[in-house]
Design a protein around this ligand. Structure first.
Ligand code: GRF
Length: 209
């Protein structure tokens, strides 16, 4: 099966690039049907151009959350998608947004996120800084499904990295980002092939959302 993805990005877009490159390299059987960007200064736009990805900039500035989400939902619904991939999307999605994309016969949402800590440690938007300042010796990356709470849904996979005593925050982040770029495409391919295991059942993402 080929997974039809929408990727949502707010900034640099390095995970978007890792996913796009893994498709080019045939490590991931997927198509990026659409990239949603909520900020017209995002570097992720350059990634879209580099890989000739179909993208839409839907600025959230000056819009109520509900109105912004309505526009995003409308764009997403105009494509045949199996999964929505958050890759540094810095807006919390509301329950109404998630409910627009519920899977049949299952209380999971087909929305996935990558978070730069070993959840449930260090949720929120400063995970690298918080883990580093706490003094952890091992940290890692979590790929999880999204639910109504921040950085909270079903954990799909995690991978760790080690902090050396003389690592600066930049070294720590660079180690983590390398793990992110390996983990996210690998998890997407694993979901494609093996589905999502949840409450003693396997769910395949073979329906359009
Ligand atoms: C990554 O660290 C990711 O884990 C977090 O936001 C950052 C996005 O980076 N959710 P990029 O835009 O993919 O380069």
């Amino acid at each position: 099966m080929v997974l039809n993805l929408a990727v949502m990005v707010s900034g640099r877009g390095s995970n978007l690039e890792a996913i796009a490159q893994s498709i080019v390299d045939k490590r991931l059987d997927a198509r990026i049907k659409l990239v949603i960007i909520n900020n017209d200064e995002a570097k992720g736009i350059d990634v879209c151009k580099k890989y000739s990805l179909n993208y839409e900039i839907i600025e959230h500035k000056n819009l109520k959350r509900q109105d912004h989400e309505a526009k995003v939902i409308e764009k997403l619904k105009s494509h045949e998608l199996n999964l929505i991939v958050l890759a540094g999307y810095m807006r919390v999605l509301t329950k109404d947004f998630l409910n627009s994309f519920k899977l049949d016969n299952c209380d999971l949402y087909p929305v996935i996120n990558i978070h730069p800590s070993l959840l449930p440690a260090f949720p929120g938007s400063n995970a690298y800084e918080e883990a580093f300042n706490y003094g952890v010796k091992v940290s890692g990356i979590t790929v999880h499904l999204v639910d109504e709470k921040v950085d909270n849904g079903l954990i799909i996979d995690q991978a760790c990295f080690y902090r050396d005593n003389n690592d600066s925050l930049d070294d720590f982040k660079a180690k983590g980002l390398k793990v992110e770029h390996e983990l996210y495409p690998k998890v997407l391919q694993d979901i494609n092939k093996n589905g999502i295991y949840y409450q003693h059942k396997t769910y395949y993402l073979n329906q359009y959302i």
